[in-house]
Design a protein around this ligand. Structure first.
Ligand SMILES: NC(=O)c1ccc[n+]([C@@H]2O[C@H](COP(=O)([O-])OP(=O)(O)OC[C@H]3O[C@@H](n4cnc5c(N)ncnc54)[C@H](OP(=O)(O)O)[C@@H]3O)[C@@H](O)[C@H]2O)c1
Length: 248
């Protein structure tokens, strides 16, 4: 998959999945704009990719006040051929602790920030008329299948996917494709912490629901590269499910 001559903006670049996607994009020849909420963690995550990174953007995605300046600062400096919204908030809480504050926090980071960045990055001053762009939202099987403790997360990811369809329709005339990559369990430090908190018995029962086992960050990077590249040129407004058969 060739991404040479393309610039990809990645939120959540400090996460294991964000780093794997960034590395795969750089290996495919892309230049990168990496976004994270903590300057130190972002600098660490981007240092192995220094040759490909043209910009590091520090943004707290729970607070949209910085979005406009972050995006307008790119005008005239580059065009955006891909946006991957990897940032996400995965808090586990039972229903009686899932009040509107928790719901709003999850919806802001998982959904609203992705929608806001997508619409801003699709501005005419950032779109390459000849190549177009591909935007990609990371979702979860939790938006399709209930698990105890995940109401806020499931709601937020489902909202993100619903918005993705609308964005796909509205941005198609600008040659911006918008899709979701919906993931089952992927081995990352964050996921391993959640699995450890489940306890051995529940974790083993959960793992048994994956016919092909849990995924690896390289599986996700392969899916992301496909959706960012011209190989998926006729795809927009859809979900690519990568879940080792969990939803089958
Ligand atoms: N691992 C899985 O099994 C799995 C399954 C389905 C979907 N996903 C999705 O894949 C994505 C990455 O997950 P992961 O497992 O690699 O790791 P993760 O640690 O859950 O990744 C979360 C990322 O979002 C960033 N983030 C959280 N709150 C933020 C905020 N307020 N502002 C800016 N950035 C914020 C984090 O930045 P900091 O480094 O600053 O905390 C981190 O880069 C998430 O969207 C997750 O929902 C993962």
């Amino acid at each position: 998959m060739d991404l040479s001559g393309r610039t990809i903006f990645i939120s959540g670049a400090t996460s294991a999945i964000g780093q794997a996607i960034a590395t795969a994009c750089a290996d495919a020849g892309a230049t990168l704009i990496l976004c994270g909420r903590d300057a130190e963690r972002l600098s660490q995550a981007s240092s192995p990719l220094a040759e490909a990174v043209i910009e590091r953007i520090v943004l707290d995605l729970a607070d949209e006040t910085g979005f406009a300046d972050a995006v307008t600062s790119l005008y005239g400096r580059c065009q955006i051929h891909g946006f991957v919204h990897v940032a996400g908030l995965h808090e586990i809480a039972p229903l009686n602790l899932t009040g509107s504050d928790r719901l709003l926090r999850a919806i802001k980071v998982n959904a609203i920030s992705g929608i806001e960045l997508s619409r801003r990055l699709a501005h005419a001053r950032l779109i390459d008329g000849s190549k177009g762009a591909s935007h990609l939202f990371l979702s979860s099987v939790a938006s399709h299948r209930a698990e105890a403790g995940l109401i806020a997360y499931s709601t937020a990811k489902a909202a993100l996917v619903a918005a993705m369809r609308g964005l796909a329709v509205e941005l198609a005339p600008k040659r911006v494709r918008v899709n979701a990559l919906t993931l089952g369990w992927v081995n990352t430090p964050a996921a391993e912490r959640t699995l450890a908190a489940m306890g051995q018995e529940r974790a083993a029962r959960y793992a048994a629901r994956y016919p092909l086992g849990f995924g690896d960050v390289s599986d996700v990077a392969d899916g992301a590269l496909f959706l960012l590249s011209e190989r998926s040129r006729w795809m927009t407004g859809t979900e690519l499910v990568m879940d080792g058969g969990f939803l089958a």
